[in-house]
Design a protein around this ligand. Sequence first.
Ligand code: 6GU
Length: 244
Amino acid sequence: MRIDVLSVMPQYLKSPLENGIVRIAKEKGLLEVVVHNLHDYGLGKYRQVDDAPFGGGAGMVLKPEPIFACVEKLKRERDYDEVIFLTPDGEKFAQPLANELSLKKNLMLLCGHYKGVDERVRETLVTKEVSIGDYVLSGGELPALVLIDAVARLIPGAINDSESALLDSFQTGLLDCAHYTRPAEFRGMKVPDILLSGHHAKIREWQLQNAIERTQKRRPDLLKAWEAANHAKERQTSNAKTAT
Ligand code: 6GU
């Protein structure tokens, strides 16, 4: 997969793209991330990328010309599955979208700034608008990094334990269960006996029960959705059984 990121603050993106899961996926040849500085496409002697909004008001708006120039250049080089604009008024980012994007070949991410971008960019170049939550950040760089991390770890082969990304919180519809490592007793606090038993079926059962309890306590909304999906599945299986 290749991801092109368009930003007016390319330096800001550097360290997260050179470390952790993104670095590993790059080193394994599974992911390529190319950052483009919109100032390289800026106007005039000062490489201007933003301007005051028509109609007045606070903050600056990213001008259309540098963004069109950069996007059009890249589009001449390859086809993009999505051109994603990171913006607080976009679709809320969640695991299903990360899963979907992890299957794509070429993604373009446009980081907004200041008051946003000229609306004509959104109308003609952007295919998807994504937010990472209901709060306002100063720019789209952190959201782009969030999206890249969530997607990179889903690319098959990116993480060693191929099972583990599929068992994450949200993939099963439940939050993750509690985890423990050595020592079995620490300052009087004991790891649940069952986890030390070596009885795999019983351990799975404990983990599921623990995940259900944690989800009930922390995110009852998620548990409701999980139960509804589970009941639908059970109905399907029992219908299939009566049909045969
Ligand atoms: Cl994608 N951008 C900005 N600027 N703020 C946000 C956001 C995006 N998602 C949540 N807050």
